[in-house]
Design a binder for this molecule. Sequence first.
Ligand code: GLN
Length: 193
Amino acid sequence: MRIAVLALQGAFLEHEMMLHKLGVDSFEVRQLQDWKQEKDGLIIPGGESTTQGKLLHDLGLLDPVRKAIEDGLPVFGTCAGLILLSREVEGNSQSAPVPPRLGTMNMTAARNAYGRQLGSFHTEASFRGIEGDIPMTFIRAPYIKEAAGEVEILSEVDGHIVAARQRNHLVTAFHPELDNDTRVHEYFLEMVK
Ligand code: GLN
């Protein structure tokens, strides 16, 4: 098994370390040439969704990555990755043009939605399909405001959806790669298998 990690910006290294810990091979996608390698899944890290979206577009990666996901490539998006995968996004600047994104998941993400102070916090909560609570680190996090029927809700914190799945998509508003608990990554690797 070999997992592509989008490495344009943000917390990609922590995902690579997580995969390494689980004995799974990974490689970084920094340009179109990298994307052509064989892969069984893709991780889109946290960071700044507008920057990553713009880079995906400018590097010619947006369409090929979207196509691969639509064709069934398992994808795991954390935080900014969740925003990039959402069909609709709220909380973008009204004056700036809408930043490019993949938009393959049938839901609406609310960006920076907890307000400036509350956007970053740590908690523990249950996660459907995993036994016991999962540590959750949120950093200027989004949440899922609306999810269509095919989107399965996996976790909620304070009444907000913070993890979901749609067929080959897995998204978390929090950063499982920043905690020692490997179970969310293992959940994704099960989807890949
Ligand atoms: N606030 C960021 C965004 O809107 C996401 C933050 C993160 O990925 N930790 O893209």
